[in-house]
Design a protein around this ligand. Structure first.
Ligand code: AP5
Ligand code: MG
Length: 223
């Protein structure tokens, strides 16, 4: 199964992808995480990506596809995965379709108002090592500023400054929102109210996925 998470910056894609990994074991494939790791490691692709990320624009498709292709080739993606933050434009969606999918494709669009997004992102803290996601009020770590999972000091992402958030939202409206109509036309889109609590959002996502998996099971039974 291929799960695609669409949604504006701060809509909760990473949070849902972590829940999907815990509940179903689907690896979380976040192109943002892959790019940030490349930036930290100062790889040639990371150095190329850094400037665009700092401005809130999209990194070029070739760079993102190179990182993604490498990641999807790993064994843990064979039976399915969650894409968090990819595709981001029509050309990326076409490249993804050309790859073929491991089983059915299910797309969720997390819909959240921009005022809520700003509050979420300015209060977010992340682990630069394992990419776990926190929120100083809604999801604080057990020990102040330290990752519960791996003990690394938490950071505020460089692109979580209000002026970069505004650019990221603009990029999302212009480049990524057109994908909603594409997946609606394919019949794979599910709209989710991303303003609910994380538990309520995940319950909704789970209900839809379990129904899709049930349909596959019963069509196999019939075949
Ligand atoms: P990326 O890392 O993908 O960032 P993004 O899309 O801007 O999304 P975020 O990670 O900021 O938010 P999220 O939706 O994951 O929310 P989260 O769960 O953390 O991309 C960064 C950059 O990399 C891009 O700008 C671009 O330059 C580049 N890039 C990445 N992919 C690319 C691609 N395919 N092509 C080209 N360039 C690419 O939640 C946010 C906060 O809210 C957290 O604190 C969380 O705890 C809290 N929260 C989550 N859900 C809830 C809830 N339901 N209620 C209350 N709080 C919540
Ligand atoms: Mg994210």
């Amino acid at each position: 199964m291929r799960i695609i998470l669409l949604g504006a910056p701060g809509s909760g894609k990473g949070t849902v992808a972590e829940d999907l990994r815990s509940a179903y074991g689907f690896p979380k494939i976040s192109t943002g995480d892959l790019l940030r790791a490349a930036v930290r490691e100062r790889t040639p692709l990371g150095l190329k990506a850094e400037a665009q990320m700092g401005k809130g624009g999209l990194v070029d498709d070739a760079t993102v596809l190179a990182l993604l292709g490498e990641r999807l080739a790993r064994e843990d993606c064979r039976d399915g995965y969650t894409l968090d933050g990819f595709p981001r434009n029509i050309a990326q969606a076409e490249s993804l379709e050309a790859l073929g999918a491991p089983g059915p494709e299910v797309v969720f669009d997390l819909q959240v108002g921009e005022d809520v997004i700003l509050r979420r992102l300015t209060n977010r803290r992340t682990c630069p090592s394992c990419e776990a996601i926190y929120h100083v009020i809604n999801k604080p770590p057990k020990k102040d500023d330290v990752c519960d999972v791996c003990g690394t000091a938490l950071v505020q992402r460089a692109d979580d400054r209000p002026e970069v958030i505004a650019e990221r939202l603009k990029t999302h409206r212009e480049k990524t929102e057109p994908l909603i109509a594409r997946y609606a036309a394919k019949g794979t889109l599910h709209r989710i109210d991303g303003g609910l609590t994380p538990a309520a959002i995940f319950a909704e996502v789970k209900k839809i996925l379990d129904a899709v998996m049930g349909e596959i099971g019963s069509s196999r039974g019939r075949g």
